[in-house]
Write a protein that binds this ligand. Sequence first.
Ligand SMILES: Cc1cc2nc3c(=O)[nH]c(=O)nc-3n(C[C@H](O)[C@H](O)[C@H](O)COP(=O)(O)OP(=O)(O)OC[C@H]3O[C@@H](n4cnc5c(N)ncnc54)[C@H](O)[C@@H]3O)c2cc1C
Ligand SMILES: *[C@@H]1O[C@H](CO)[C@@H](O)[C@H](O)[C@H]1NC(C)=O
Length: 526
Amino acid sequence: MSSHVHPPLAMALAVALPLSFFAWQRLCKSPPSWLKQLNALGVPGKLMIPGTAIVCGGSIAGLVTARICADHFERVIIIDPEIQDSEKPKTRIMQYKAIHGFLAVFVQGARRLWPNFDAEIKAAGGRLPEADLQLHYSGLLIPSPYEEYGGKLPETVVMRRASSQRVMERLFFQHPTSAKTTALRGTVRGIHASEDGASIATVTVRQLDGTSVTLNDAALVVDCTGTIQTGVKWLSAAGFKIPETIRARYDGNMRYVCLAFDVPPALAAKLPIPAPQRETACVYTYAPHDDALATFVMLVITDNDTMQLVVGDTSSGDLPHSASEVVPFISGFRGCNAPVPSWVLEVIGLLCEHGNPSVDIIKLPTQSFVRYHSLPTGALPSNFIPVGDASLQLNPIHGQGVAKVILNGITLNYLLNSVKQGSACLPPDFAALYFKNSRPGLEALWDATRLHDYGSLRCGIMEGETRDTGHFVRWFETKLLSAGTQDKEVALALWKVRHMLAADRILFAPTVLWKTLWTRSIFSNA
Ligand SMILES: Cc1cc2nc3c(=O)[nH]c(=O)nc-3n(C[C@H](O)[C@H](O)[C@H](O)COP(=O)(O)OP(=O)(O)OC[C@H]3O[C@@H](n4cnc5c(N)ncnc54)[C@H](O)[C@@H]3O)c2cc1C
Ligand SMILES: *[C@@H]1O[C@H](CO)[C@@H](O)[C@H](O)[C@H]1NC(C)=O
């Protein structure tokens, strides 16, 4: 490039650069579309869409979806072999005993759907602390942005998955809209297309007594079957051409050991947990950031005098199999900056000894994304959509599973609000619009978590990609985390992205980007 810049060009640049700087900054920091649409959640439509919204699956995704559909359709049916049997433990949700963290966006959505959400969570013994996860990367804390929120962070829920699921079910059946909802205990076996093949007309259900029923009058059919992502099978069997390649997968090779403890007040008082960390969402979280030691640990105070601990590994290390192996295992963590503090080890030691520990070893499913959005419009029925894990199953370590359900729910609600008042059915491009609208948010989650996981040596890479895919993203991530330990604005951006209260683009705001690139890495391997 010539070293002489044309004078008028220099002048133009001098004016345009600061201008575009501000425009760029503003764009990056603008709220994501889902936050703008969040306020409409829980507000019923004026005229109900005729017909029945058929919700297949009655876990978190099913309950959220059916609640939203009840605001827009004349009738709703929710089908699950274990629905409305809430005192019995669920047998079909493999992560039922796993530790669950919930992101702030989930709480904000749930409060709109169920105004008594907080009250019911508390009545069930759950906690609603500020969403401070006490995240330590390689031993160093990324501080939560209390100051930027005027001293008080948005809240999150902390309780066992089983307890939170029971609350969700109770909230669902207490809500006035449940009057138009039928809960059907059974398993969805298949769907049938309308005569013109453009939509789904009926859904077949096998009830618990073995008899079959056919549900007619389907206005909308939602796949909420979770990890098994059954919708793909139903669609193929009903004659829709679904290519094998629609499901992208990789194997994060993650293993979890979850321990649950009983912590009566007398034991709680003995635990050397500093006062502030008794109130935060997590007591302590350690995340590694190097290939060789891909181990993590999270300790939380859950509901009803219980605590949970998860120890995980994505590498080659042998996980502890019993409570007595836990402390030695965690003591072996070698972050490149700081070790796990001794009080954390002491707390875990006391819990393992006196907290009546139960140990669950959880092998995670492979990560998969059914990319319905990649099919041409018209290839799929106009009234079929998936919500939750039925389309996207992420690495659970980031706790995005349930927040993602709210994200899908916001999109669904937004599109239902856009259906012309008084329409006899959904428009022919309804599903296509749903896929188009949800795509950016879901792809961002899939890409960020997948490319991060490729940094682990044992990760089974997706077909068509290599271990080098995402190299730049991983480098940038180490820079971001490093800057997050040292700079408030970067820490705030990271916190917001983690809780889905900002889109990834906030990380590219000039002021954030500049600090990120400038700060020295805290990781030895970066
Ligand atoms: C180990 C582990 C830890 C996790 N940790 C977190 C976390 O910390 N935070 C977080 O947000 N997420 C976490 N997740 C992810 C979270 O659990 C899921 O994202 C969430 O459960 C998805 O909800 P869902 O309703 O889509 O599916 P699921 O909860 O899996 O429910 C599927 C439902 O569909 C029903 N069903 C299946 N087939 C049929 C059929 N044919 N007909 C009728 N019903 C059917 C089942 O009975 C079940 O009730 C974790 C996951 C795992 C595996
Ligand atoms: C937790 O405590 C609450 C309130 O005391 C109680 O109603 C609830 O049933 C308890 N839950 C469990 C899972 O023990």
